[in-house]
Write a protein that binds this ligand. Sequence first.
Ligand code: NAP
Length: 459
Amino acid sequence: MAKFQKISVPKDGQKIEYKNGKLVVPDNPIIPYFEGDGTGPDIWRASQIVFDAAVAKAYGGKRKIAWMQTYAGLTALQNYDKDTVLPQDTLDAITEFKVAIKGPLTTPAGGFKYVCLVCAAEQNELDGKRPDKCVKCSSEWVTPRFRSVNVGLRQKLDLYACVRPVRWFKGVPCPVKQPEKFNIVIFRENTEDVYSGIEFEQGTPEAKRVYDFLTKEMGKKIPFPDSGIGIKPISITGTKRLVRMAIKYAIDHKKPSVTIVHKGNIQKFTEGAFRDWGYEVAKAEFRNQIVTEQELWDDLGGKMPAGKVLIKDRIADQTFQQMLLRPDEYSVLATPNLNGDYLSDAAVAQVGGLGIGPGANIGDGIAVFEATHGTAPKYTGKDQVNPGSLILSGVMMLEHMGWQEAADLIIGGLETTIGQKTVTYDLERQMEGAKKVKCSEFGKAIAANMQSAKVPAGV
Ligand code: NAP
């Protein structure tokens, strides 16, 4: 076992193992978590109550999660040193224990030099010196600007798929007329594309060198020499492992189709290649389980054979339209990084917003489940925001571990609670006659509603 500097490993738990491509989950798995910044601690506390109650009820005490606290963001600054936001300890713990769950983290966005991890305010030097306290909230947790911890986690642990299931829960207010038609799982590539961080700032010697190389040596035309330049790598390896995961998921969960989303009509050697390599992996590795859309029409007269997964592709902009107009024709999407980022948020907006959108970052044998919204800093410490996103991420985690009965209990508890119109402020302000409860009260109501539920079959 790795030696940890600040993390205490629970004595009453065991490691989850990954053997021959499968997770082996003991009855008392150790699961690393970190609460996150801003409202993270509030939503974590509310969610943990729900997870523990679901597992206790589903398995009558035979199974129990041994939670292991790890640190990132503000809690890392508090426990390690003042400039460490993603300690090696945390990376080692997730690598070793395989399944983890996390709250949201502050990510500096602008050109400022420092960021406060309590209120997310960005700031520059004060009188030429690093500020001792935040100019906005006076906290002492101001740290130099850093690259996103979330992106760091994904890259360092090679969590190459961002998985976001998006469905509607009865009673949740939303902007479309038939939200029940929406049930789509998005697999977004997580490690390459324009997110690989290869950018050259306008006006720098590096940008000029790249500009000269492209225009003089490669014969490319760039409209204006005063350009910043970014690079978009998309590889066979990155594409195939992502599309492979999406197809496996569709087969395992009996989903009708996988749609490869791309902008290949314009970006032929990156997005277009993503489509081509996606079809390649489908035909080479899943030949007996899939039918391509072309085969469906050319060879099968449009009649889909039972039990097979349809593999199709759509241009990205068209996909945004289709998700609004004919969402029930889509089931699993496999997308490159940037398009997947946009599509994921647009999709969850259709069914009621980020407060109830779960997500996970998954690699080979390692998975980190997470609330997909940010730290909502203006609500920090107010016990007010909706913990639904983290609770549903926990549902994904339990399903990933094969603890489906506990996952089903939580879904049932959440549906009953929303059905009773007992909701946090974000939903209450859009629901007529709803009762507004605190973040912690919402968690307790879900747990209470599970107690009266029947334990799902199979236990
Ligand atoms: P945000 O934290 O997602 O919050 C924006 C707004 O969304 C909130 O003001 C609130 O809307 C609503 N919201 C967010 N979470 C909610 C919840 N649990 N329940 C109900 N409503 C919720 O976005 P931001 O203010 O742009 O970002 C704040 C910080 O979080 C930034 O540093 C950003 O980089 C970071 N961030 C982290 C992650 C992550 O860790 N995965 C993701 C995104 C952003 P109302 O004001 O209308 O109530």
